[in-house]
Design a protein around this ligand. Sequence first.
Ligand code: ZN
Length: 451
Amino acid sequence: MIPTFRNGSLVCSTLLAAGPLLAAPSVTPGFNATDAGFKFDKVDPPALNDAAAKGTFSIIDGDRDRNSADLSALNDGKVPNSADQPQSNFFFAMNTDGGRLGLDLGSLTAVKSIGTYSWHGGGRGPQVYSVYGANGKAKDFNASPTRGTDPRSCGWELIAEVDTRPKSGKGEGQHGVEIANRGGRALGNYQHLLFDIQRTSPDDAHGNTFFSEIDVIDARGPEIERIKPPEKIVKNYKSADGKYRYIIDSSKAPALTEWCEKELLPTIEEWYPKLVEMLPSDGYRAPDVVIFEFRDDMGGTPAYAAGNKISMSAPWFPGQLQREAKGCVVHEMGHVVQNYWRARQTNRNPKPTPGWITEGICDYIRWFLFEPESQGAHVRNVNQARYDASYRVSANFLDWVCTEKDKDLFKKLNAAAREGRYEEKLWKEWTGSTLEELSEGWKKDVEKGKR
Ligand SMILES: [Zn+2]
């Protein structure tokens, strides 16, 4: 008799902000990186002190992908914390159809249950495999039967067949499987397990499952400890005048929670309304809810804004608390207020705003109004003094024009950009000089070391 297996597929979606748990096979496309932790309805999270943790995995057939972690990822008790972490998962090579994994438990074990866990934001989430068990005592026992050999012909018995693929869709998300007998009777006495793993789609070269952890629970083993899903830390603040709401999600950077409340929040409360006031345009209302979220999957990007949400790099911020952290958030709040993608809705023929203006305005506010004492936008290399060099250099140019010609110039620039009507000739209209003439005047001051 084949035991039952419980399939706890967790599929996350950015549409479902609260991250409800959905049972397969109802599949919601998309992915929500904040829902790490392999928390399922009916399947427990991965175990830390199970029998597989002391066992030895081996590849019996097939090849490890060169981007895969080594086999220890399967029993190290560590799981990935986002949907595309090849270095935290074991998976078979591209262009191959899975393979066979062996697990030697070291001694005969009353196997109560087997748990397998995987996670991917695409088609490598679901699991498709057969698992066999052996006590290793059969006369014809072969510990490493390759694909051409039916394990049942050499001392193995089939324990279960698993397939967590949804009826439709790719099944992106976290998958967890528990194989156990109803009523708790052990699956059998085994020293060896064999996983015959297939890829999730015959025509997907990248279809090999990202296996995060494999557990074997010993019926006579210690009480099982399991990984704890990361705690959600989301704080909600209302501005004193009730106009704005700020949501700070430090779940991915718990150590920064206190800094956020004591240090960052006062900066947000002072500067968000200031930015709104500084960057007006006719009929425009800036977002009144701003979300600040730490993330750990941003690569080398310290922070970015999209709509009313600011993503902040959890690994980058801790080293910057006394340096660039607050200024960086002020810059990103500038983008939330700018809202330049709005031009497409309000203007039938919006003119694109050059990136150096978008970034230059945010860096101008940051370096010349928020933290002028840091002198962070001083032009150190004269050869880099190009007005459109973006960020700090463009900020320096904007500050020069605001100082020399019109202190409100950046406001005019912002309104034109937001309304999709920025053109180079506006500089002449506003200042009496062309952009090139302004640039020449600015460069002279840069050369004199005044900038
Ligand atoms: Zn920016």
